[in-house]
Design a protein around this ligand. Structure first.
Ligand code: PEP
Ligand code: MG
Length: 315
C-alpha cells in the first residue's frame, strides 16, 4: 500500500482568478500550533486559549500564560496569530471560574461575559498576551468570544488598547452581533464568525445534541443571512471578516463563505489542503454566484444541493 504522506499547503490561499483568502488554523495548544505550521497554514485564525487551562482549579499565573502563548506565537514567526481570550462555558468548563448553578448555561455567564464578573482575569490575560507578543515575532491579534452588544465590543477594544494591543477584534457568534456588525466594527478592527455558536443561537438548537443536527447546520439559510449581514457590516467599515467555525472546513460551504465576502477561513489544520484545492478551482464570481444561490434557498438541504449541483467537483 502507498504510504500516507502528510498533505500540506503549497502557497497562500486564493481563488483560480487570484482573489486572496487567508487559510488559517484553529489550535488549542503549542503542539497543535507546530502541527499547523508543518501543514503550511498561513497563520492561526483561532487560538482557543482556554484549552491551555481546562480543568484547572486555580487561575493560571501571568508567567504560565506568557509561556503558553509564546510557544504558540513562536510557531508562526512573522505571521498572524489570532488569540481568543478565555471562553469558558458549559462545553468548556474552567473550574477556577465558578459561576454557580445556571438553568441554561449556554445562555449564561460565558465567553466575554465572565470578564464583567472577574475583570482582573481579563486584565491579567491581556497583560500576558501583550508580554508574550512583545517577546515573539508573530503579528498578534486578540479577539473576544460571545460578544452580544456594541458596548461590549467598545469596552473590550478599550481594554486591549490600555495594554497596547493594537488590533482588537470580536467573534460574531450571537445573532445580535451579526445584525449590528456595522456598529460593532466601528470599534473592533475585525470580526471572526464562530459558526458553531452562531448556528446554535440562530436556530435555538444545542450544538451538542446529535438529535438536532438537521437544525445545527451552517447551511441553514438563516445562518447564511447572518453571515451576509456580518460581511455587509465589515464592508461598510472597511474591516476584515473571517470564519473560524466548523463551516470553514467544508469545501462547498467555503466557496459560499468567500462569495458572501469572508476574507479568511480558519479550521483544523488537516482540513486546509482540501479547502485550498476547492478555492483554487473556482473564480470569485463563481463564489458570489453560489452564495446568491445558497441565500435564496428555503432550506439547508436545498442550499447544499443547489450549490453542489453548480460545483459538482466539490463535496
Ligand atoms: C464557534 O463557536 O464557531 C467557535 C469557533 O468557537 P468554539 O467552537 O470554540 O465555541
Ligand atoms: Mg464559540
Amino acid at each position: 500500500a502507498a504510504t500516507a504522506r502528510p498533505r500540506v499547503l503549497t502557497g497562500p490561499g486564493r481563488t483560480s482568478d487570484g482573489h486572496p483568502v487567508q487559510l488559517l488554523a484553529n489550535v488549542a495548544n503549542p503542539e497543535q500550533a507546530l502541527l499547523a505550521a508543518e501543514v503550511g497554514a498561513e497563520g492561526v485564525g483561532l487560538f482557543r486559549s482556554e484549552f491551555c487551562f481546562l480543568g484547572r482549579e486555580q487561575a493560571p499565573s501571568r508567567a504560565e500564560q506568557v509561556d503558553a502563548y509564546r510557544q504558540v506565537f513562536a510557531a508562526f514567526p512573522g505571521r498572524k496569530v489570532v488569540i481568543r481570550t478565555l471562553d469558558s462555558g458549559a462545553d468548556k468548563p474552567l473550574p477556577f471560574l465558578s459561576m454557580g448553578y445556571e438553568e441554561n448555561p449556554a445562555l449564561g455567564l460565558r465567553g466575554l461575559r465572565t470578564s464583567a464578573r472577574w475583570p482582573e482575569l481579563l486584565d491579567e490575560q491581556l497583560a500576558a498576551i501583550a508580554e508574550a507578543s512583545a517577546a515573539e515575532d508573530a503579528t498578534v491579534w486578540v479577539m473576544a468570544p460571545m460578544v452580544a452588544t456594541v458596548d461590549e465590543a467598545e469596552d473590550f477594544v478599550a481594554a486591549c488598547h490600555r495594554h497596547g494591543l493594537a488590533e482588537p477584534g470580536v467573534m460574531v457568534e450571537v445573532p445580535s452581533a451579526a445584525l449590528l456588525s456595522g456598529q460593532i466594527l466601528a470599534h473592533a478592527h475585525f470580526a471572526s464568525i464562530g459558526t458553531n455558536d452562531l448556528t446554535q443561537y440562530a436556530m435555538a438548537a444545542d450544538r451538542l445534541l446529535g438529535s438536532l443536527a438537521h437544525l445545527s447546520d451552517p447551511w441553514q439559510p438563516a445562518v447564511l443571512q447572518l453571515i451576509a449581514s456580518t460581511c455587509a457590516g465589515g464592508a461598510q467599515q472597511g474591516r476584515p471578516v473571517g470564519v473560524c467555525g466548523e463551516a470553514a472546513s467544508h469545501t462547498a460551504l467555503a466557496t459560499v463563505l468567500v462569495g458572501l465576502g469572508v476574507s479568511s477561513l480558519s479550521m483544523a489544520p488537516r482540513a486546509l489542503p482540501d479547502v485550498a484545492a476547492a478555492l483554487g478551482a473556482v473564480t470569485l464570481e463563481e463564489c458570489r454566484t453560489v452564495a446568491r444561490i445558497a441565500l435564496a434557498a428555503s432550506s439547508a438541504h436545498d442550499a447544499r444541493a443547489a450549490v453542489r449541483a453548480r460545483l459538482p467537483q466539490l463535496d
